[in-house]
Design a protein around this ligand. Structure first.
Ligand code: NAD
Length: 128
């Protein structure tokens, strides 16, 4: 598909991109690529600590119309973002899920040494 055709298909679409931690995140590349072809963006950050690395440099540069905190392990945050999308956009065309997490202590040993609790947490967040 040529660049022109991609733009024709994607321009004006609405995309939620979850998983931007910094400029190196795969999700950052996705958001930038979407922006170049005219996709309107919602970009989230994990928490207040992550916000300065996401909000100003990226969300602002890419003119994201919806931004906010989204930690899938915090009850209500996912619902809040989707409420915003429903109210402001009325639809969602694209969702990029580019998140992953595992407790630090479960990343130290071999795979078989991972605790059941850590495995469950990793699955809950990474496959949310
Ligand atoms: N980098 C690689 O080589 C590679 C290879 C294969 C798969 N992946 C996958 O690509 C995805 C993105 O990884 P990346 O390399 O860009 O790393 P990254 O650290 O930049 O991205 C991971 C993101 O997950 C987010 N996250 C963690 N816990 C979260 C939670 N509770 N709620 C919401 N977000 C949460 C982090 O804030 C971060 O933005 C991951 O799913 C990763 O497993 C990466």
């Amino acid at each position: 598909m040529s660049d022109g055709n991609i733009r024709q298909v994607l321009a004006g679409r609405k995309a939620l991109v979850v998983g931007v931690a910094n400029d190196q995140s795969i999700a950052s590349g996705c958001a930038k690529a979407f922006h170049t072809v005219g996709v309107e963006l919602a970009i989230t950050w994990l928490n207040e600590r992550a916000r300065p690395y996401v909000a100003k440099p990226l969300a602002q540069e890419l003119e994201a119309s919806i931004t906010g905190a989204l930690d899938v392990a915090v009850p209500g945050q996912l619902e809040a973002i989707f409420d915003r999308i429903r109210t402001d956009w009325g639809k969602l065309d694209i969702l990029v899920h580019s998140i992953a997490f595992a407790p630090k202590e479960d990343l130290q040993g071999g795979l078989l040494n991972c605790s059941a609790e850590g495995f469950a947490k990793a699955m809950d967040v990474s496959c949310h």
